[in-house]
Design a protein around this ligand. Sequence first.
Ligand code: KG4
Ligand code: ZN
Length: 378
Amino acid sequence: MKKTILAIETSCDETGIALVDASGGFSNPKFKVIKNLVSSQIKIHRPFGGVVPGLAKREHIRNLPLLFKSIFRKSDFLNIDLIAVTVGPGLEPALWTGITFAQELAKKYKKPLIGANHLEGHLYSFLLSQKTASSKLKVRSSPPKVDPPRAEKLLFPAVVLSVSGGHTVLLLMKNLKAWKRLGETKDDAAGEAFDKVARMLNLPYPGGPEIEKLALRQAQGKHPKGTIDFPRPMLNQKNYDFSFSGLKTSVFYYSRDIEAKKREKNIREISQNVSRKLASKADIAASFQQAVIDVLVAKTMRAARDYGARSIILCGGVAANKSLRKMLKTKCYMSHLIFHVPLMEYNNDNAAMIAAAAYMGLSRKKKYKLEANGDLNI
Ligand code: KG4
Ligand code: ZN
């Protein structure tokens, strides 16, 4: 079953359009990314410290035709078999802009249109391993390159750790089209915790990459993983759920106390002429990041052991974190498990992964209503 898919993603603050050749059915899926453009709204939301739904909607409405015009000629539509669009989860006003745009295209060019689940997009994003095109528009896309084909075999059962700004979920996959949820976060998603902690440290949105940058700075020193023993919530509970809000609160109190101590220290140093080192921002960032990674990795490996998994799949925006990738990869290696992770450009939201989700959805005969569903789960 070969399909050329035009995919559209507008669930949050990235406007994405992609063109993907999919083949092989669900037993041997292959995705060749022909075009994959992402226009990021980060700069627009940054002053607000997070995504503003109304602004996201406005920007998607502005960006969709621009991205579309920049990469598609009318004749491209002769080759397109279907259009896919994200229907959820995400911000409903933002989702609707993509759905409406896709409906207009489908009508104009007389193409079938199907809805796709954003989380299934992340789930299948490790299967995307081909060329991407650059664009004249200012888009968040790495330079064109040909990526090596996926070397490792897909072995099941597989445990999936999907970690993004909106979700943190562990899945058990029997095969590429059948899975069950083992656990999920009870409060904040891992990416959300990164974003909130970054805000406490006066770092810009999105916080994940900023925390990682600071943690990398700390990693060059004597205490690469940080010196602060933040809690590892739910680590020892025999379930596969997560919780990050307590950890976030610990960081808040710690940073607040440090600030107070710094003020006190300054006063004392001036009067007594002494100098004592207090934890730096980089130390806090590295210690926090390590606490999150320890919990994510321990729970994933426990699930893999309990269910006799043969592979582990890491995905979602937080999967861009190099320390997380490295630690999970090492653990997989030590446990003789195959490790799958998307190429860097497919971790954060993009439309190529939506094409993959749509294609796999066809194989699974899964249909989503063409309406925004902010709370859609996997
Ligand atoms: O998947 P994604 O692009 O959007 C959602 O579906 O939520 O994930 C975005 C999240 C944000 O919370 C962002 O801070 C986090 O992924 N993130 C990271 C890194 N890059 C992005 N978290 C930790 N380390 C990173 N390098
Ligand atoms: Zn996402």
